[in-house]
Design a protein around this ligand. Structure first.
Ligand code: TRP
Length: 361
């Protein structure tokens, strides 16, 4: 069993081509705001039938004093491909390190969870991490939950090939809210799995709401294995979100291409640049699209202007210190029981249990 600070593992190299969970946030919510309500991710829209939610988010986001567009709109087909490429970048340590921690400690994790539990993954589970966990804990069933039915069925089919004996019960739904798990998954103890530091893409308030919803979905006595990226020097953090090959820049700028294509936009994409900055007060990486000159453009006929140097905020990735992460979990009604990290302490995998919050003195 891993003690808090003793569990250290060598960071191993290895690529893994993972897809992390994408969180849908509601129409009208800015990237910076607290997500309060969920809505279906309606994915890619053919030209000529723009998604009303995408249109509403973009028009509201560009009209706000601090311009921001919800990160959910990154993930059209091209955006999803670029995101996969990000997870394989040398600078993007998160995926690689989390996977190496899981590989090194799968047996320790299984010793604490026991076998035969129902593994419930928040996200479609197409990452290479899921097989590592499933092999180690020998679950009685696997329930991937994702807002996008397409991703869900693809990754469930791939896992079914690898684990032909394992009952798989995909749930298409929004895990920001408590969900009913399929009765066919059985009544065995539940183990939630939420890798990729996806929790970091939410504000603390929204993250707490999600953790509480997860506890409701899984029930008292369940466990949660969650990946959380650590605070570290900006010279390591920033390149992870602004790589030398420019893949993350392309990923960010793809949002503007999508607006031009799907919402009849006239954004001069050459006049925008990708910016990744470390906001120390908020302990987060922020991604922005910055106008490199004064620009004016229209979206669906609506006129907009931005002066040189102004930005559109597109994503946050909050980082948590050792104690910060445990406090976040406790605030979300999860009691941390074990934690594993890599040798350099870049990333943390935390196992927590849903327990009734004891009465305070
Ligand atoms: N949760 C991961 C992170 O914050 C993955 C991620 C989500 C991401 N959105 C992103 C990575 C945008 C790069 C750019 O790092």
């Amino acid at each position: 069993m891993a003690a808090w600070s003793e569990a250290r593992v060598r960071s191993m190299r290895g690529t893994d081509g993972a897809t992390e969970a994408r969180i849908a946030c509601p129409a009208g919510a800015a990237a910076d705001s607290e997500w309060t309500d969920g809505e279906r991710l309606d994915g890619e829209c053919p030209v000529g039938s723009p998604s009303p939610a995408f249109r509403a988010d973009v028009l509201a986001g560009l009209s706000a004093r601090l311009r921001a567009i919800p990160a959910r709109w990154f993930y059209d087909r091209r955006g999803s491909e670029l995101f996969e490429a990000i997870t394989r970048l040398p600078e993007y340590y998160l995926t690689r390190v989390e996977r190496s921690i899981l590989a090194a400690h799968a047996a320790d994790i299984a010793a604490l969870t026991g076998s035969g539990c129902v593994v419930v993954e928040f996200g479609s589970g197409s990452s290479a991490k899921t097989p590592l966990l499933l092999s180690a804990v020998a679950p009685s069933a696997y329930v991937p939950i994702d807002i996008s039915g397409e991703f869900l069925l693809d990754s469930a089919a791939a896992l079914a090939k690898q684990f032909p004996e394992l009952p798989i019960h995909p749930v298409e739904g929004d895990f920001l809210h408590p969900l009913e798990l399929p009765p066919s998954a059985g009544n065995a103890r539940r183990l939630g799995f939420f890798p990729g530091s996806t929790i970091g893409n939410m504000t603390a308030a929204a993250a707490v709401g999600l953790l509480r919803a997860m506890a409701d979905t899984l029930g008292q006595g369940s466990k949660l294995l969650i990946g959380i990226d650590r605070i570290k020097p900006a010279n390591v953090l920033i390149p992870a979100y602004d790589d030398a090959q420019g893949v993350t820049a392309e990923f960010n700028l793809n949002l503007l291409h999508r607006i031009n294509r799907e919402l009849d936009g006239t954004l001069p994409i050459g006049a925008f640049r990708h910016v990744a900055l470390w906001n120390d007060t908020e302990a987060r990486i922020e991604m922005h699209l910055e106008a490199t000159r004064d620009v004016s453009f229209t979206v669906d006929g609506h006129p907009f202007g931005m002066s040189k140097g102004k930005t559109i905020h597109t994503e946050n990735s909050h980082k948590y210190g050792e104690r910060d992460a445990r406090l976040l979990l406790r605030a979300g009604t999860w009691t941390p029981v074990a934690e594993w990290t890599d040798r350099d302490g870049l990333f943390a995998l935390i196992l927590a249990e849903a327990r009734p919050v004891p009465a305070a003195p």
